[in-house]
Design a protein around this ligand. Structure first.
Ligand code: DGL
Length: 259
């Protein structure tokens, strides 16, 4: 099966990493829209337009399914992409929500980009699940901590602790990592929020959903285990960041113009 994945840049590689680990024998096509990132501060109109371009590119490549590996794009384009394109579309928001098992009395925290939090995409879905105690906070500063390789820096711990300090007082049941960069910070977040809070990493849940879809539809592995990575802008800086964050994944990056 050909699995198409897109994100604004490299955050979606956390989803890609989980997919190739659990479902290795497929042909993966990853598109990172590095020329137009960040998505996390942009409007619905712009993110939707970019997402349509990205999905068209993956369809032209012959993908059987599309994975929106960006929370902002998932928030602003899932409904429209499902309407426009006749292909199964998976998104990280619904996947994260599927990870919330306890119901009504659960206290759920969400951290994400400003656009994801403002879109209310998680909040609306949680309310549909009858969860009323919802606490959301944008944490835009977490993205540069990851991209600048500051994960182990002492200031990263301080910044993260400061950003989630109000959540600590609430005794959350769940904390949703509503940005695909945040799984890199899982350990520091866990340390600061406390062991009893279940951290929701959409990469894990979307991989389960795709595995189920493959099994249900009797789709065969292609045995190709092929990985194509496309970026809409390819700078030395970016290649360095990718290498640092994903030392175990050997990637040959191709440049593509999708506009
Ligand atoms: N990967 C994006 C997300 O999950 C965040 C990065 C960006 O702002 O482009 O929302």
């Amino acid at each position: 099966m050909k699995i198409g994945i897109f994100d604004s840049g490299i955050g979606g590689l956390t989803v890609f990493r989980e997919l190739i680990k659990k479902l290795p024998d497929h042909h993966y096509i990853y598109l990172g829209d590095t020329a137009r990132l960040p998505y996390g501060t942009k409007s619905k109109k712009t993110v939707l337009e970019y997402s349509i371009n990205n999905a068209k590119f993956l369809l032209d490549k012959g993908c059987d399914i599309i994975v929106i590996a960006c929370n902002t794009a998932s928030s602003y384009s899932t409904l429209e992409l499902k309407k426009y394109f006749n292909i199964p579309i998976f998104n990280v928001i619904d996947a994260g929500i599927a990870g919330i098992k306890k119901k009504e009395n659960s206290k759920v925290g969400i951290i994400g980009t400003p656009s994801t939090i403002l879109s209310n995409s998680y909040q609306k879905r949680l309310k549909k699940k009858k969860i009323k105690k919802i606490f959301a906070k944008p944490c835009p500063i977490f993205v540069p901590i990851v991209e600048e390789g500051l994960i182990k820096n002492k200031y990263a711990d301080k910044i993260i602790s400061e950003n989630i300090k109000n959540f600590k007082k609430i005794n959350l049941d769940y904390l949703i990592l509503g940005c695909t960069h945040y799984p890199f910070l899982k350990k520091i977040i866990k340390k600061n929020i406390g062991e009893n809070v279940e951290i929701i990493d959409s990469a894990i849940h979307i991989t389960k959903q795709i595995k189920q879809y493959i099994l249900k539809n009797g789709l065969k592995n292609t045995k190709k285990n092929k990985k194509d990575i496309y970026l809409t802008d390819k700078s030395k800086y970016f290649e360095k960041v990718v290498k640092k964050l994903f030392p175990s994944i050997k990637l040959t990056i191709k440049l593509v113009d999708i506009r």
